[in-house]
Design a protein around this ligand. Structure first.
Ligand SMILES: N[C@@H](CCC(=O)N[C@@H](CS)C(=O)NCC(=O)O)C(=O)O
Length: 202
């Protein structure tokens, strides 16, 4: 299999971690849509990464779909519960973590614009999305919905999202007053799959 993307993308990192945890060997095709001459649209008409190319040439994109595809291969460890409603709940938390990545990405792109063209209103909207979502995650860890010692797609996605905030220095105070979330993320960061997928220095 081939995974197209870069570890600077938290969505790509999420998929790499899933594949490493499952012991699936893959070729990493380093490419990023923001780079000139990139070939991402050959794989995904939306021009986004990650894209996964299977050995028989089928292409899967949008990271939650890739996760679902990889789960269908039935390779341990399972990262979603078998019970459909429990699975949906975990996937909703994955969506929440992905939403933090989305808001972080929009903030980074907005801040990359010339200062006169940046919208404070937009930056505030994205900051508020992140703050509300972090508070929700803190509650999920506090009430046991998320557990630091349980590896699933929600805990992986949450740790990737927090790592992205650190990497891009978005919401730098996210860990203040969220001790449960910090503990969960620090536990996940100790895994080899996280160490092996560190984003390159910015
Ligand atoms: N919902 C998508 C988001 C992927 C995404 O936005 N990736 C960024 C890289 S971090 C990208 O490719 N952006 C290019 C663009 O939006 O044109 C997923 O989960 O795969």
């Amino acid at each position: 299999m081939k995974l197209v993307g870069s570890y600077t993308s938290p969505y790509v990192r999420k998929i790499s971690i899933v594949m490493l945890e499952k012991g699936i060997t893959f070729e990493f095709v380093n490419d990023m849509p923001y780079e000139a001459q990139n070939k991402v649209t050959q794989y995904n008409p939306l021009g986004k990464v990650p894209a996964l190319v299977t050995d028989d040439g089928e292409v899967w994109f949008d990271s939650p779909i890739i996760v679902q595809y990889l789960e269908l291969l039935d390779i341990a460890p399972a990262l979603l519960p078998r019970e459909p409603l429990a699975s949906l709940k975990i996937r909703q938390i994955e969506a929440l973590a992905d939403g933090i990545m989305d808001a972080g990405l929009v903030s980074v792109r907005e801040q990359a614009r010339p200062p006169a063209q940046q919208s404070e209103t937009e930056l505030l909207r994205q900051r508020e999305k992140i703050t509300r979502s972090l508070d929700a995650l803190e509650k999920y860890v506090a009430d046991g919905t998320l557990n630091a010692n349980e590896l699933n797609i929600a805990t992986i996605a949450v740790a990737c999202a927090m790592s992205y905030l650190n990497f891009r220095r978005v919401s730098p105070g996210w860990c203040v007053d969220r001790p449960n979330l910090v503990k969960l993320v620090e536990t996940l960061f100790q895994r080899e799959s996280f160490a092996r997928t560190e984003p390159p220095a910015a």
